[in-house]
Design a protein around this ligand. Structure first.
Ligand code: URA
Length: 213
């Protein structure tokens, strides 16, 4: 598994505002969107392209076009939805799949309540959007769904990651023998007893969309 913690002043600035407990939901949504676009730029460095010819107003030129099959972007509901526009903006030809997962507050186990993915992902580049890689259970399950369908490379885009989640993901992806790249704005210190990332930014879903329960 490859880890890329993006070291860029704009990423650091936006992440700091997201961490601030005083940042309101509209600002949080806008900044999460902007931050994902910056992370997406790094996450798509290996996006496959074909060489093409294009006519400029002056002369023919060589260029690049995103290859077929189209990349697949998979936000993990609910909080991953807040990352979708920022990612799709850079990958407009991508198709979108959905995985809905919820974490039990007591056991910290993730259960799947929705899944809408193409049956065959052979040869597709897949990008999973999960803002908080905490215990790693949710992301590991999503990676398994994609690997079961034949995905040959998966990039996870996360706003923040915890070392515990990275360790679990590394174990699972080694077992699955699938190359996974994690792109994030920062690797935080640890998880607390409730499974929250420390210092983190709180519950990403609540901060994006409000408290539902
Ligand atoms: N999910 C969140 O939204 N925040 C955390 O800190 C951990 C999991």
């Amino acid at each position: 598994m490859r880890l890329l913690a993006v070291d860029h002043p704009l990423v650091a600035h936006k992440l700091t505002v997201l961490r601030n407990a005083k940042t309101d939901s509209p600002t949080f949504r806008r900044l999460a969107d902007e931050l994902v676009t910056l992370l997406a730029y790094e996450a798509t460095r290996d996006a496959r392209v074909d060489e093409v010819e294009v006519e400029t107003p002056v002369a023919p030129a060589r260029g690049a076009k995103l290859s077929a099959p189209k990349p697949l972007v998979v936000p993990i509901l609910r909080a991953g939805l807040g990352m979708l526009d920022g990612m799709a903006r850079l990958l407009p030809t991508a198709e979108i799949g959905f995985v809905g997962m919820i974490r039990d507050d007591e056991t910290l186990q993730a259960t799947t309540y929705a899944r809408r993915l193409p049956d065959d992902l052979t040869g597709r580049q897949c990008y999973v959007l999960d803002p908080m890689l905490a215990t790693g259970g949710t992301l590991a399950a999503a990676v398994q769904f994609l690997a079961d369908r034949g995905a040959d490379h998966i990039t996870a885009v996360c706003l923040l990651v915890a070392p515990e989640g990275l360790e679990l993901l590394k174990q699972r992806t080694t077992e699955l023998q699938i190359p996974v790249t994690v792109v994030t704005a920062a690797v935080d210190e640890r998880l607390n007893e409730k499974g929250y990332i420390v210092p983190g930014l709180g519950d990403a879903g609540d901060r994006l969309y409000g408290v539902v329960d």
